[in-house]
Design a protein around this ligand. Sequence first.
Ligand code: ZN
Length: 168
Amino acid sequence: MRTLVLDQGYLPVNVVSWQRAMSYIARDRAAVLEEYDALVHAGVQMPAVVRLSRPVARHPQRVKFSRANVLARDRWRCQYCGQRFRGDELTYDHVVPRSQGGRTTWENIVMACVDCNRRKGSRTPAQAEMKLLRPPARPSWVPRYNPRLQPREVPVEWRDYWTVELEP
Ligand SMILES: [Zn+2]
């Protein structure tokens, strides 16, 4: 069993053995987000996903516009209601609608749930009286770690945090 390690922004930075993840947790270097059903010993489950307690070093890089990267930037949250969803439950929303000249760019695309997308329709947030969690922007960095696992190798417990298409 392996453990997915996330940075403070919930992006994958590493995959380690569950034993190593347990040592991070024991030293307060990480906190558990998801657990496997398997027990380490009575009352303690194996960590599936952990989040580091301290920031990790970044390397600046141009981030490609892609669905996976927009999902990662928006942290799998609908940018209107703020709820977390699975990736396949979120859709692109053009903040300024295409019918009003809005383009498909980092600065004009956010992830939205089906309900919010329908409610907003072909209107700007102001016209729809809806508020964005934060203004969309191009991310200035991506994690150093580029996981190369096949989708079938990814445990279900990682699903909400895994971004298999994330650019290196
Ligand atoms: Zn929503």
